[in-house]
Design a protein around this ligand. Structure first.
Ligand code: FES
Length: 139
């Protein structure tokens, strides 16, 4: 009888681990395919990141700080952040493709305060707040 071969230690080498640290102390971890954006990984795992463009790279609201791991800044990051912020690890989550394990600081934002936990609710919350602000100006 042949001996059973042990399974390789890393069964999903094409995946990376993302650890989301939120300002309220909540920590969530997820394993996602290499190349997944931080924004998508957060959305899939109930971590609210501010956005009004739904991850299309136009609103520049999805600001996160990469605490550990490397994410090369994109051209839009250089328009959204100062050189010091880039050096400190600030990136737009929807442009940040995870190529390795990352620890991501997710700042507290208005959507998070209101309890939005996914992209659709975040966008709706922002629209509702915008409408409420316009009505307040008119009244
Ligand atoms: S979600 Fe709008 S720029 Fe990233």
């Amino acid at each position: 009888m042949n001996a059973v071969e042990p399974l390789p230690l890393e069964t999903h080498p094409e995946r990376v681990r993302l650890r989301f640290e939120q300002d309220d102390g909540t920590v969530k971890e997820a394993r996602v395919p290499i190349g997944t954006t931080v924004f998508d990984a957060a959305s899939w795992n109930g971590v609210a990141i501010d956005s009004t463009c739904g991850g299309h790279g136009t609103c520049k609201k999805c600001k996160v700080r990469i605490e550990s791991g490397e994410v090369a800044p994109t051209a839009i990051d250089f328009r959204a952040f100062s050189p010091d912020e880039i050096r400190a690890g600030w990136r737009l989550a929807c442009r940040a493709a995870a190529q390795e394990d990352l620890v991501v600081d997710v700042p507290r934002d208005l959507a998070t305060v209101l309890g939005a936990t996914n992209e659709g609710r975040t966008r709706q919350t922002c629209r509702d707040l915008d409408l409420a602000a316009r009505l307040a100006v008119l009244t």
